[in-house]
Ligand binder design. Structure first.
Ligand code: ADP
Ligand code: MG
Length: 238
C-alpha cells in the first residue's frame, strides 16, 4: 500500500495562497521527488500530506481512504526529520524504538522491528551507542530507522541531507535509493537540489510558486521540458 491522491489541494496562510490548487497522484511504491526553488511550497505540500498542516480546501486520499482530516498519527505515513531530531541521552536502540514504545507495542515486537531495521541500515553493531558517538551519516540512518520500524505506507523526507557535507550527501543518497529498492515502499522526497532529483526519482514533480510546472520521469523532463522554467531548473538545453 502507499497510494496518495491529492485533489484540488489548496493552502493559504492568512490571505496568501501558498498553494492555489494541486492535483497529483503518487502510485504505490514510487519514489517521487518534489523539487523547486526555495519558498515554492515543497515543505508545505509535504506537511499537508503528513497532516502537519490542515488543507484550506481539497482532499487527500491515502490508499483510497479520505485522510484529509485525519491527524498525522492516523495517516500511516512516516516523516523523516533531519538527524538532529534524535534524543541525545538515549541509545540508538531506544531512539529507534521510541515511536513503538509511545504506541504501547509489546517489548518483543519492538525488539524484533528494531533488529530488522538495524540490519537493513547497517546499524546492528551501534545499537548501544548514543547519537553523540555516531557519524553524521549514522545519525541520519538512525532517524530513518525510527521511521522504518513503524512500517509506514509511505516515507516523507524533507531535505534530509541538507545538514550533511557534500561527500556524505552522495553516500546517503545512494543509501536512501537502496533502501527504497529493498523496502519497495512509497517515498516522497523534498529537495531544492536538481542533481538529487535527477538521480533518485522515479517521478519528479517540479514546483514553482505553489503550482506544479511538470510531472514526469527524470529523462522525460530533461528531454522534454514543458517550459523555460522546467528547462532552466532541470538544466536541460532548451
Ligand atoms: P519550500 O519548502 O519550497 O522552501 P515552504 O513550503 O516552506 O517552501 O514555503 C512556501 C511559502 O509559504 C513561503 O513563502 C513561506 O514563507 C510560506 N509559509 C510557509 N509556512 C508558513 C506559515 N506557517 N505561515 C505563513 N507563511 C508560511
Ligand atoms: Mg522547505
Amino acid at each position: 500500500m502507499g497510494k496518495i491522491e491529492l485533489t484540488k489541494v489548496r493552502k493559504s496562510f492568512g490571505d496568501v495562497d501558498v498553494i492555489p490548487g494541486i492535483d497529483l497522484t503518487i502510485e504505490n511504491g514510487e519514489f517521487v521527488v518534489f523539487v523547486g526553488p526555495s519558498g515554492c511550497g515543497k515543505s508545505t505540500l509535504l506537511r499537508l500530506i503528513a497532516g502537519l498542516e490542515d488543507t484550506t480546501s481539497g482532499t487527500i486520499e491515502i490508499d483510497g481512504k479520505d485522510a484529509t482530516n485525519l491527524p498525522p498519527a492516523k495517516r500511516g505515513l512516516a516523516m523523516v526529520f533531519q538527524s538532529y531530531a534524535l534524543y541525545p541521552h538515549m541509545t540508538v536502540r531506544k531512539n529507534i524504538a521510541f515511536p513503538l514504545k509511545m504506541a504501547g507495542m509489546d517489548q518483543a515486537e519492538q525488539d524484533r522491528r528494531v533488529e530488522r531495521a538495524a540490519k537493513v541500515l547497517n546499524l546492528a553493531t551501534y545499537l548501544d551507542r548514543r547519537p553523540g558517538q555516531l557519524s553524521g551519516g549514522q545519525r541520519q540512518r538512525v532517524a530513518i530507522g525510527r521511521a522504518i520500524v513503524r512500517e509506514p505506507a509511505a516515507f516523507l523526507f524533507d531535505e534530509p541531507l541538507s545538514n550533511l557535507d557534500a561527500a556524505l550527501r552522495v553516500g546517503m543518497r545512494q543509501e536512501i535509493s537502496e533502501l527504497h529498492q529493498s523496502l519497495k515502499t512509497t517515498m516522497i522526497y523534498v529537495t531544492h537540489d536538481q542533481v538529487e532529483a535527477m538521480t533518485m526519482a522515479d517521478k519528479i514533480v517540479v514546483l514553482n510558486a505553489g503550482r506544479i510546472e511538470q510531472v514526469g520521469a527524470p529523462l522525460e523532463l530533461y528531454n522534454h521540458p514543458r517550459n523555460l522554467f522546467v528547462a532552466c531548473f532541470i538544466g536541460s538545453p532548451k
